[in-house]
Design a protein around this ligand. Sequence first.
Ligand SMILES: *Cc1c(COP(=O)(O)O)cnc(C)c1O
Length: 395
Amino acid sequence: MRNEKGSLIRPVPLPNSASRPVVTPLSPSVVYASDTPDMLDRQYEGELHGYTYSREGHPNADVVAGLLDRMENAPNPGVLTSSGMAAVSAVLLGLLKAGDHVIGGNQLYGRSLRMMSEDLPRLGIETTLADPGDVQAVRAALRPETRMILVEVVSNPTLRVADMVGLAALAKETGVLLVVDNTFTTPRAYQPFEHGADIVIHSVTKLLAGHSDVMLGYVAARDPALNTRLRVFTVTAGMTPSPFDCWLAERGMLSFDLRFERCQQTAMKLADALGTLKGVKRVIYPARSDHPDHARAAELLQARWCNMVSFELDGGREAANAFTTAAEGLSFAPTLGDVGTTLSHPASSSHRALTAARRKALGMSEGFFRVSVGLEDPDILLAVFERAVDAAVKA
Ligand SMILES: *Cc1c(COP(=O)(O)O)cnc(C)c1O
C-alpha cells in the first residue's frame, strides 16, 4: 500500500499470479499478520494452521523438517534447529533435570562429549561415558537415575559400529531413552526409529545439506509428549534456524540420495585402493572384511555403509604434512559431507587435547587421517591419493 505522499510502507502487495512457484519460496518474514483477533485465537487453539513469529516456526523450517520426517519415518513431526549441536543441546538440556544421569558413547562428536563432561555436571546432571559397541559396559554404567543413553551408530574418526540391537533391547528392558545421533549414517543407511530408538538427532550441516554452506540440526522423538517438549524448549531457548539456512538445506537435500550413493561407492573404492598402497599401515572402512565390526555393520547398514574412510600412514607428523601438501585439490578441513573430499587429522585438531599416549591407545597416531569422500571422479580421486601417499613415503 502506498500512502498519500507516495512513500513506501508495508505491506507491498505481491504481484498477482494464477500459477505457483515450483521452488519453495524463501520466507524471511519474522512476523505474520492475522486478519482478526478471532482468527489469531483459532490459530493458537490449533483450529487453524498459521505462523505468528518466526522463532516459533516458519514455512522454510517446516518444509525441511517434513523431508527429514519422511526420510526417518519419524513417528511425530520433528523440530529443526539452528545447528546439530542445538539439537543435541535441546535433548540434553530440554529433557533432563538435576539429579538425572545420562550415559554417552565414549567416542561421541567432540562437542557432545564436552557437553557431557563440562556442562551437564555443572547443572547437576551426572554423566558416564561407555563403549556403545559393548552392551555389557553400557549396562554396567546404568543407575536408578539413568534417563537416557546417547550414541552415534558409527564413531568418529575410528568408524567403530555401535551394538544398536543390544542397546535397543537394553533401553526397552530398562525404560531408559535411547537417543541416536544419526549424522554419520544418515537415514539411507540406518533408520533409528525402525530399530527401537526413542529420539533421533541429525546435524543436517553435514551430508544431508551436503554443501558446507549451512548449519542446521533436526530432532524428533517417538513419545508425543517428549516431542512437544523438544519443540517448546527449542523455541524458548531460541534454537530456531533461519529461513535462508532452511531454504539452502532444502536445495541441498533434494540431491542427497544421488550424492550419498555416489560418495559411498567412491569411499569403498578408495578404501580398497588405499589398502594396496605401500606407506599405508591400515585402512578403516566398515565394508571391508578386515574391519573389526564388519559383521555388525553389514547387518545394520544394509550395504549402504558410509562416505567416511579412515587410514593410517606410516611415519609421523612429517609424513602427514607431506601428505596434505601433495593432496592437490582436497581440502584439509575438519568437516564432513561436503561435495568435495575433505581430510581431517585428529592428532592436530579434534583430538589434539589428548596426550600422545591416549591417542595411541585410541589408534590415532600422527599418521591417522579421516577422509570424507566427496563427488569427484573416482579415478581422479584415487590418483590424487596415490600421489599424496607416495609423497608421504618419501618424506
Ligand atoms: C557435526 C556433528 C554434530 C554437530 O553438528 P553441527 O551442525 O556442527 O552443530 C553432532 N554430531 C555429529 C555426529 C556431527 O558430526
